[in-house]
Ligand binder design. Structure first.
Ligand code: ZN
Length: 144
């Protein structure tokens, strides 16, 4: 039993190893993601802005429309990230942080193949963005 677990772990470790031709796998994943997103966005192009004389309906439609637009925003951003990642594969810079130029961990790339930043730079970027909007009081329990 134990040796079976060990062998499975070994196999996982081997597939996790970063080799140069590993980008081929990521390219396939990213191309699949790109066509998914293009498909979704094409369908969303058909969003009809509905008009109603009833004010309650107006609000309802406006909310649905806002939500749809937000989703399109998110998917457009993701599509841009995916395309950037495909470009980096062509350029041979895939897997390298755009900010500090250290290599992005294979674990992170497996979870987010279109990641442009290493986890440290990503967190720093998110923190900078959060600091601009709301205080992080909840994150500082030992501040006093
Ligand atoms: Zn970095």
């Amino acid at each position: 039993m134990a040796s079976l677990v060990h062998e499975t772990r070994l196999a996982n470790t081997m597939t996790m190893k970063t080799a140069h031709n590993e980008t081929n796998g990521f390219q396939a994943i990213l191309e699949g993601k790109e066509s998914d997103l293009l498909h979704i966005l094409r369908k969303r192009d058909g969003i009809v802005i509905e008009k109603s004389a009833d004010q309650m309906d107006e609000i309802q439609y406006a909310t649905e429309r806002d939500l749809a637009i937000r989703n399109v925003d998110r998917e457009s951003n993701l599509l841009r990230d995916v395309k950037d990642a495909l470009r980096r594969i062509q350029e041979g810079s895939f897997g390298t942080c755009e900010e500090c130029e250290s290599s992005i961990s294979p674990k992170r790339l497996a979870a987010v193949p279109w990641a442009a930043l290493c986890i440290q730079c990503q967190e720093a970027a998110e923190q900078a963005r959060n600091n601009g909007t709301e205080p992080l009081a909840a994150d500082l329990p030992n501040a006093a």
